[in-house]
Design a protein around this ligand. Structure first.
Ligand code: GTQ
Length: 348
C-alpha cells in the first residue's frame, strides 16, 4: 500500500490485522504485488562451482566420513541466493557424490527421482531395481521414483558424480516416502546392458507396457549421446544460442526421460559466440568437455571441464567458447510444460 496513511488509520489497520491474524487470516492487499508479479524474479542467483575448488573438498570429505556412516557422501551445491535450503534452483537439488574404492552406499528407495551424471573415475556401479550399471564419465543414469538403488566401488580409484534430484518438487507436494531394505546391496539380476538392448535401439520388447512415465532405459552411455552430437555437427548449423542440443527421452513415449526433470546434452563449436537466451526453467549445467565463458545476467564465469553452473529462471545467458564444448544440463522443464507454464525467449 503506497498511499500515505494518517497514524490513526495505520493504527486501525494494524489492530484489524492483529485481530484477524490470531485466527490465521491475512489481508491480500498487503502482499498482492509480491505474489502475482509481472515476470519471474527468482531469489536464486547465477553461480558457478569450480572443479578446481570442489575436488579437494570432495576428497577431504572422504577422510572425514565413510559412505557407510553418511549413507550418501555428498556435497550439496546450494544456490547462494537461497542458502540453507539444499537446492541449486527453487525446484531442484544438486550435489557431488563421492564413493571410494571398497565402499558401498547402502540400498534405499524414495519417491524423489534422481539423475547421476558421472564426473570422474571408473570402477563404480549403481544398481537400479536389480540391474547394475558400471559408471563411466559422461554417462547419464536415472534412478526412477521408488526404485531401489545402491552404489558401490569395487575398483581402485575414487568415483565422483553429479546428483540431481527433484527433492523440492516432491517437498512442495508433501509426497515424500523412503525406505531401507534389510540388506545393504541388492542382488543383481542383470546389467543395464540389457535395458540398452531392449529400449536403446529404437525398438521395444513386444509385450512392453509402461508402469510409470520414467524411461525404462535408465543408462545413457556418454559415447552414444556424444556420438549423436558429433553426427549433428557434420549435418547442420548450430543453433545460435544452444549449438547442437539434444534432450534425453523415454524411448517408449518420446517424452522427457524423467517426468520431473528434463535432461540435455549440447555441443558448442570452438569460438562460438552464442546469442542470449532465457527460459522459465532454471537450469543447472555441468561441463564435460571444453572451455569458455558463460555470461548469465550480469555475471561472467570462465568454465572448464567438471565445473557446475546455474542459470536462474528468466535470466538471459549466452556462451562464448574457446574450445569445442560438451555440456550436460537439467531443469524442471517437463513439470512446467505439463502445467502449461513454460516460456522461452530467444534473442530478438
Ligand atoms: O544417491 O540416493 O545426492 O538419496 C541425495 C539423496 C543422492 C542417492 C543424493 C539421495 C542420493
Amino acid at each position: 500500500m503506497s498511499a500515505v496513511l494518517k497514524s490513526n488509520e495505520q493504527a486501525e489497520r494494524k489492530a484489524y490485522y492483529d485481530k484477524i491474524g490470531k485466527a490465521d487470516v491475512a489481508p491480500l492487499w498487503e502482499v498482492l504485488h509480491g505474489l502475482v508479479i509481472k515476470e519471474p524474479k527468482s531469489p536464486c542467483q547465477p553461480a558457478i562451482w569450480k572443479w578446481q575448488q570442489m575436488r579437494p573438498w570432495i576428497m577431504e570429505s572422504g577422510q572425514l566420513i565413510t559412505a557407510e556412516e553418511a549413507e550418501r557422501r555428498v556435497l550439496i551445491l546450494e544456490n547462494p541466493g537461497v542458502r540453507g535450503k539444499s537446492r541449486i534452483t527453487n525446484s531442484l537439488y544438486a550435489g557431488l557424490q563421492l564413493i571410494l574404492p571398497g565402499e558401498i552406499a547402502r540400498a534405499h528407495r524414495h519417491t524423489q527421482s534422481a539423475l547421476r551424471f558421472v564426473i570422474e573415475g571408473k570402477g563404480a556401479y549403481t544398481t537400479v531395481d536389480g540391474e547394475r550399471v558400471n559408471m563411466t564419465p559422461g554417462d547419464f543414469i536415472i534412478t526412477p521414483s521408488w526404485c531401489w538403488h545402491d552404489h558401490g566401488n569395487p575398483g581402485n580409484e575414487p568415483v565422483i558424480w553429479l546428483d540431481g534430484l527433484d527433492v523440492q518438487i516432491v517437498e512442495l507436494l508433501d509426497a515424500q516416502f523412503m525406505e531401507r531394505p534389510d540388506e545393504k546391496s541388492q542382488k543383481t539380476r542383470g546389467t543395464a546392458g540389457s535395458a540398452l538392448a531392449r529400449f536403446g535401439q529404437t525398438m521395444l520388447p513386444l509385450n512392453y507396457k509402461a508402469s510409470t512415465s520414467t524411461s525404462p532405459l535408465f543408462w545413457y552411455p556418454y559415447d552414444r549421446s556424444r556420438g549423436a552430437l558429433e553426427e549433428l555437427k557434420g549435418a547442420e548449423d548450430p543453433h545460435p544460442s544452444h549449438g547442437w542440443k539434444l534432450q534425453y527421452v523415454n524411448p517408449a513415449n518420446g517424452k522427457s526421460a524423467m517426468p520431473t526433470i528434463g535432461t540435455y546434452l549440447q555441443m558448442l563449436p570452438k569460438n562460438f559466440r552464442g546469442k542470449n537466451y532465457r527460459a522459465t526453467d532454471a537450469t543447472a549445467f555441468t561441463v564435460m568437455e571444453g572451455t569458455g565463458k558463460v555470461i548469465i545476467g550480469d555475471r561472467t564465469f570462465e568454465y572448464e571441464p567438471k565445473d557446475v553452473f546455474i542459470a536462474p529462471s528468466w535470466i538471459n545467458y549466452r556462451f562464448e567458447t574457446t574450445a569445442e564444448s560438451v555440456i550436460f544440463s537439467f531443469s524442471d522443464r517437463p513439470v512446467q510444460q505439463a502445467l502449461d507454464l513454460w516460456r522461452e525467449q530467444d534473442a530478438a
